[in-house]
Design a protein around this ligand. Sequence first.
Ligand code: SF4
Length: 450
Amino acid sequence: MALTGMDIYKLLPKKNCKECGFPTCLAFAMKLAQGAVEAGKCPYISDDAKARLSEATAPPMRTVKFGAGDKCYNLGGETVLFRHEKTFVNRPRFAVLFSDAMSEEEIQGKIARMNKVNYVRINEEMYVEIAALKCESGNKDTFLSLIKKVKDGCKKAVPMIITSDPEIARAAVEECKESGPILFGADEQNCEAMVELAKQHGLLLGVTAPDQEKLYNLVQKIQNLGYRELLLSTESGTLKQTFDDVVNIRRTALLSQDRTLGYPTLVFVNKLSKDKMMQLAMATLFVEKYASVIVLDDIDYSLALPLFALRQNIYTDPQRPMKVEQGLYKIGSADENSPLLVTVDFALTYFIVSGEVERSKIPSWMLIPDAGGYSVLTAWASGKLSGKSIAKAVKDFAVEEKLKTREIVIPGKVAVLKADIEDELPGWKVVVGPDEAALLPKFLRDYADK
Ligand code: SF4
């Protein structure tokens, strides 16, 4: 159970010395109870009290890690049930399933498709982060051969070893331990051996049970064995029950503050349906509520584009617009005579427009004024994108010193700003560009040919 402010106060030194930055020990205790400060801010607190408080005031859902080097990922650590309350912090990661019962052709096909899905959206590289490697043959050598192939073929993906046989698991971990794999398959029968292996290598341990009650008991048992780097999964087999399980696990952790279920969850969407588009629909559901690892049968752009975009949208802070820095951006080898375009500082708009400018192969400049982080029409409607704000950006970023051109291309949707801008920038000509970014390459090629 969470401690109250008064419970915490009883553990403090009661010196009222203010060294923690609060006027009294009681004020500090109240902030600790809210999780707004750390117990270590008080230099006089005893080690015993600090340990008790760190445990009691830690977020109810644990943050766990997997991977290694620049492919290291956090899961869990969420503090709210709904994104509008605060923000979700650690995005779910996608996995593609490989089995050692698959043919060579199937394995190589999946490796090729995984490698093909790799692109940048709003400054974030999108690719499949996990290769889920399942031992179905029961043969160690066959499984190790699969691990080697996928490890060599998918350099970006962290392996997730799926087996309930501790001996095979041990050999599999040895094969890929440098990449910080997830070890999945701890159950009622094998948990002692699997915990020992996970502890030895500091691995994230996937725990599985037939239902929530059995999962709860199993997690308690594993916690009593001294391991808390866990990823939870139930094997209910239906969408309805799996959804219930995932939501209940999150609610139990956050609302009841029961840390036994305070871990991220994994969902095998591939087991719930074999239909590709149904897997996509289910995966979108679990991005929103509340899986941290989502296993798919396969990947291609028809799955990746909607899933990665949804994930990125859900896992951004709703209280902060996704903005790019205002400024004058050079695209390609633009020089002082290159075209100058203006758009807003809403990140999605900026990256779409700059992508189309790059696609045109016409070196250009992009001027980004302060538009409040809104899209073009919203910024114009709210008065954030105006003749004044554009003229101010021209001045602030010394455009007249850096460029010889005195023409500026504005988005077609705000053609109405043309006269305003020309009033604010004497000697400048405003050119109205296309309504849609997708039309920019042709527009720019025609414009540059003039
Ligand atoms: Fe109390 Fe410790 Fe803060 Fe001093 S530093 S006021 S003893 S909580």
